[in-house]
Design a protein around this ligand. Structure first.
Ligand SMILES: [Fe+2]
Length: 235
């Protein structure tokens, strides 16, 4: 992925974070499976059921970062992000409702969604997000969530939406959960980078940010790999 040069404060943190993303990110196998049409609809449904558990708690991660954020501009971004997650107050447009709609279009019932149990790796991913956002500094939590989680989402979700429609017959309204993230998360990630850069004012904070990103990428990868195996079992 080509990275455009960004003005930084000169401490090199953003460059290092983006280098880690390039070197340590991996290609989620679900994307190729959906692109080739090789995974069953039931398998994708399992993917969305587990993902719904993460989506359900995502607003709480954002709130935790907000509570620990010393930067007024950062709180503004997080408040906007939270409002978007809540569908800007429109019933049925909050991201958890949209995620449920996508799961239902893949065959899940409301009972499936209400009763889904997390895989150990799903639970671990959610717990990790709670831990870093509640206990980490603003720079650590914003790096873990803004760079580690949100930054890759527009590309991933945009491709998933396209192939779910072309290979599995879903309608654009079914995949709204994926599509709303394409534009919103691109903007979030850009603003998150500026805030991290502005607030990582010491070598210790910069080192902690790097560590937080590395840890998030490991946990996310364990989640994605376990989830893919779980989805293949439905084939
Ligand atoms: Fe979201």
């Amino acid at each position: 992925m080509a990275e455009t040069a960004k003005p930084t404060s000169g401490n090199g943190l953003l460059d290092e974070l983006l280098l880690i993303i390039r070197e340590e990110s991996f290609r989620d196998p679900m994307l190729d499976a959906v692109r080739s049409g090789s995974i069953s609809r039931a398998g994708i449904c399992r993917w969305m059921l587990q993902a719904s558990l993460v989506v359900r708690d995502f607003t709480r991660f954002i709130s935790a970062i907000h509570a620990n954020c010393p930067d007024q501009n950062g709180r503004q971004l997080l408040a906007e992000n939270l409002w978007e997650e809540h569908g800007r107050g429109v019933e049925g447009r909050d991201h958890y409702s949209l995620a449920r709609r996508l799961a239902r279009s893949l065959g899940a019932s409301d009972a499936d969604l209400d009763n889904v149990q997390p895989l150990p790796e799903t639970a671990n991913y959610i717990n990790h997000c709670f831990n870093v956002t509640r206990d980490g500094s603003f720079v650590e939590s914003m790096t873990a969530l803004g760079i580690g989680v949100e930054r890759p989402i527009p590309g991933f979700f945009g491709s998933m939406a396209k192939h779910l429609c072309s290979n599995y017959g879903l309608a654009p309204s079914d995949v709204q959960y994926l599509l709303v993230h394409v534009n919103e998360d691109e903007m979030h990630a850009r603003r998150a980078e500026e805030l991290i850069d502005a607030n990582a004012t010491t070598a210790e904070l910069r080192e902690k940010a790097i560590q937080a990103l590395r840890e998030m990428l490991v946990v996310k990868r364990q989640f994605a790999e376990a989830l893919y195996r779980h989805c293949l079992d439905a084939n």
